[in-house]
Structures are given as structure tokens and as C-alpha cells.
Design a protein around this ligand. Structure first.
Ligand SMILES: Cc1cc2nc3c(=O)[nH]c(=O)nc-3n(C[C@H](O)[C@H](O)[C@H](O)COP(=O)(O)OP(=O)(O)OC[C@H]3O[C@@H](n4cnc5c(N)ncnc54)[C@H](O)[C@@H]3O)c2cc1C
Length: 401
């Protein structure tokens, strides 16, 4: 198995010890409460799983980043990465469920008024309220400034109209952070974020199954003349782009990197086990140089991805503006994992695609980690900007202040 990355900590020894303990606790919890759910979840195919939500609600992990004053654990981004990696090793879908609502809490925690925070964060930290973030639209994905969903002021409320797609946890969310247009297209302050509560008249969640991460769903959020009070504006009118980008860059990049790490790690473990037990000539596949080389390359990819993710998480925890490291962490986690998926495909031969096998499931789940928080091409665009310009302020600088 891969070396324990926490035995070579980025963090001071006492914090590293906390992270090691957290990892053991997360492993114990996952074995007892999540592992038994994985086979039925996988067998049901695409659906929204409520049993995982119920199990995770007990852990307090939804509030892993929230401050103690709101009832959160305030453990930081390294700890969050540990938890998501451990969860994803057993169930990429369970990790995806947790990360989507950790992401959904970010706008309230980072931009919400004190009144809004008081109303929502204790409920979130206690695992009773699962928020989502709804930015993506059918015609506008990565191009956030092109958002077409509108929010029109009418007295003391706003009326929202439009459609959001691929919204993680849409069907189990209690409150949605919806980014909509309030100003002229193309202007940086033309978007605003709103809280829309489950059950609001005109809010419909339309199932839109995807192929993978069974139990985690990314459904459509349809808004037909949805009225929300003006007090549900997150931050200020015009903050919508900042809310969306901040959540995606500072939270989403690392969340998805962490889910990728656990999925990748499991794929390596399953593949190593396979080649050490599959007979070939007078020994096993693992005796052959070609096979050993591929396993070594998978290990190299996993270690590279771990370094990238934990380094970025550590910088965030230290309050260092680090956007390029966050783009790099997501890019590396996906590219490295995708390279290992290819090795796994080679080493499992014709059995790699056998329905119901762990290798087939984990390769399929891994594919879905590519787009959220930005596909690889978008991370490369941001990294190019870091070197060549135009130079942008770090979203992580807002987080750190
Ligand atoms: C599992 C999963 C969970 C998700 N969770 C959420 C969620 O909780 N909330 C939410 O709002 N959304 C969510 N999404 C949606 C996700 O954020 C989008 O898929 C992502 O932003 C990309 O948008 P798109 O799919 O519309 O692709 P597009 O923006 O259409 O991009 C497609 C491709 O076009 C190319 N491209 C696009 N723009 C450029 C450019 N400027 N320059 C060069 N090439 C470009 C790239 O190759 C890119 O991969 C989720 C998606 C998945 C699969």
C-alpha cells in the first residue's frame, strides 16, 4: 500500500499527530457505517441516497471547516482532505455527497451576514441542514459570467427564473445557494447569490441521472417565478461571481482532489492485490517487470497527487494566498488518477469492464471527478494566467483574511 503521507507531515508534529488520529477515526467510522452501505448503493444504480446522509450527519464532518462558535469542528483544509480521502477509498459517492454540501456551506460561511450565519451555520454544523451550490446552467458551464438565470427585485423580495444543472446533492439539499443575474451581462458585478429553501413555491428538482457515483446525484434545479426575501441575498447584490468562484477555487478544487485521491488509492490497492494473486507461468503477474513498472507508476502518480493536494491544503490552513496551488492540486489529482486508471485497465485485462467489479466501478466513478470545480483545460487556463497574465487577485486571499 502507498506510504502514509502523514508520516512526512507538512504540518508541525503536534498537528500531524491530530491528523493521524483523525485518519484512524475516519477509517474506523467508514468501515463500520459506510462500508455496509456501498454494495446496495452501487446495485441501485443512479439515485439519491439518504442513508449516507443520515450516517454522515452524525459525524460533524459537514462542519469540518466551520468555526467552533457556530458549532463547527474548525479542523481546517488538511483535515477535510484526510476525511474525504478516507471516505472516497471506501465510497467515492459518499465522499462526493459530503464534499458537495461542504461546498454549499462555503458561500454562507464566507459571504453571509452575521444574521444569515446565525440562522444557518449551526444547523449545517449539526448535520441537520445540507446546503448545495447551484451555478452551472445548461448553456453555461465554466462561463460563469454568462449565467442566464435571472433575479428581479420586486419590493422586499427577488423573483428567480431559470434552470441549473448538474447540482450536487440537489435532491437531498435543504437549501440551495443559487447564483443569478441581477445586472448587465458581462460585468463582474452583474451576478448575485441567493439562498433558496427547499419547498419554496416554484422550485423543482428534476432527476437527471449520470453514469457513476451511484447514490450521489447531480440533478436539475428548476426555478419558475421563485420568490425569495431580499434578506436571502448572500453577501451583497453583485457578489455572485465572487461567491461562485470563491466556492469553486478555494473549496471545490481541493474537495474534488481529495475525492480523487481516495478513489485513486483504492484502485491501486485493488490492482496490486490482483496482480499479486493472479498466477502467471511459475509465479504471479506481479513477478513480471512490465507489471511491476505499471504498479510503480500508479504509486508514483498517487504520491504526486497527494503531495499536490496536501500542500495546497496546508497553504490554505496557513492563510497563504495560493490559487495556483489549488488549480494545480485539482489538475494533478485528475491527471495522475486518470493515468492510473489506464494502468488499471491494462492490468485487469478483459476483466476491467466486468459490471459489478470494484475496478469497473472505481474507474467509472473517477471519470465523474473531472468536470466539477473545473475541467483540466480550465485549470490550465488559470495556471497560464498566473505566468502570462492577465494577473488576477487570489480568491484564496479573501478566504485567508
Ligand atoms: C459530479 C459532478 C458534480 C457537480 N457538482 C456541481 C455543483 O454542485 N454545482 C454546480 O453548479 N455545478 C456542478 N457540476 C457542474 C460542473 O461544475 C461543470 O460540469 C463544470 O463547471 C464544466 O461546465 P460544463 O460541464 O458546462 O462544460 P463547458 O463549460 O461546456 O466546458 C466543456 C469543455 O469545453 C472546453 N472549454 C470550456 N471553456 C473553455 C475556455 N474558456 N477555454 C478553453 N476551453 C474551454 C474545455 O475542454 C471544457 O472541458 C458538477 C458536475 C459533475 C460532473
Amino acid at each position: 500500500m502507498p506510504a502514509d503521507f502523514l508520516s512526512h507531515p507538512f504540518t508541525p508534529e503536534e498537528t500531524a499527530e491530530d491528523h493521524r488520529r483523525l485518519r484512524q477515526q475516519a477509517q474506523a467510522f467508514t468501515s463500520e457505517h459506510i462500508a455496509p452501505l456501498t454494495a446496495p448503493m452501487e446495485a441501485r444504480g443512479p439515485h439519491t441516497d439518504h442513508t449516507v446522509r443520515a450516517a454522515l450527519a452524525e459525524t460533524g464532518w459537514l462542519g469540518v471547516l466551520l468555526c467552533n462558535g457556530w458549532g463547527g469542528l474548525a479542523l481546517g483544509h488538511v483535515a477535510k482532505t484526510v476525511i474525504l480521502q478516507v471516505l472516497a477509498f471506501t465510497s467515492p459517492a459518499a465522499a462526493a455527497i459530503l464534499q458537495a454540501s461542504v461546498l454549499g456551506a462555503a458561500p454562507i460561511a464566507e459571504f453571509g451576514s452575521e444574521e444569515m450565519q446565525r440562522a444557518w451555520l449551526p444547523e449545517i454544523a449539526a448535520g441537520r441542514c445540507w446546503p448545495t451550490i447551484a451555478v452551472t446552467e445548461p448553456g453555461r458551464g465554466s462561463h460563469v459570467l454568462g449565467i442566464e438565470t435571472t433575479a428581479r427585485r420586486s419590493g422586499r423580495q427577488y423573483i428567480l427564473e431559470g434552470e441549473k444543472v448538474l447540482v450536487g446533492n440537489a435532491a437531498l439539499g435543504d437549501v440551495h445557494c443559487v447564483v443569478a443575474r441581477t445586472g448587465k451581462a458581462g460585468k463582474a458585478n452583474s451576478l448575485t447569490a441567493f439562498l433558496v429553501e427547499k419547498g419554496t413555491l416554484g422550485l423543482d428538482i428534476v432527476p437527471a441521472p449520470v453514469n457513476g457515483l451511484h447514490g450521489f446525484s447531480v440533478d436539475t434545479v428548476r426555478l419558475t417565478r421563485v420568490c425569495v426575501p431580499a434578506t436571502h441575498v448572500i453577501g451583497h447584490v453583485g457578489d455572485g461571481l465572487a461567491v461562485a468562484q470563491h466556492a469553486s477555487v478555494v473549496y471545490g478544487r481541493l474537495n474534488l482532489a481529495a475525492v480523487a485521491l481516495g478513489t485513486h488509492q483504492r484502485l491501486l490497492q485493488e490492482t496490486a492485490q490482483r496482480v499479486t494473486t493472479r498466477p502467471r507461468y511459475r509465479g504471479n503477474l506481479s513477478d513480471l517487470d512490465t507489471v511491476r513498472h505499471r504498479i510503480a507508476d500508479m504509486q508514483h502518480h498517487l504520491m504526486t497527487a497527494e503531495l499536490a493536494a496536501y500542500h495546497a491544503a496546508h497553504l490554505l490552513d496557513q492563510g497563504v494566498p495560493c490559487d495556483p496551488w489549488l488549480h494545480h492540486a485539482k489538475l494533478t489529482a485528475h491527471r495522475a488518477g486518470a493515468a492510473s486508471c489506464e494502468h488499471a485497465k491494462q492490468l485487469w485485462g478483459g476483466h476491467a469492464a466486468r459490471l459489478g467489479s470494484t475496478v469497473e466501478q472505481f474507474r467509472r466513478d473517477f471519470d465523474l471527478i473531472h468536470a466539477p470545480a473545473g475541467p483540466d483545460d480550465l485549470q490550465l487556463i488559470r495556471l497560464a494566467e498566473h505566468i502570462l497574465g492577465p494577473h488576477r487577485p487570489h480568491w484564496s486571499a479573501h478566504h485567508t483574511t
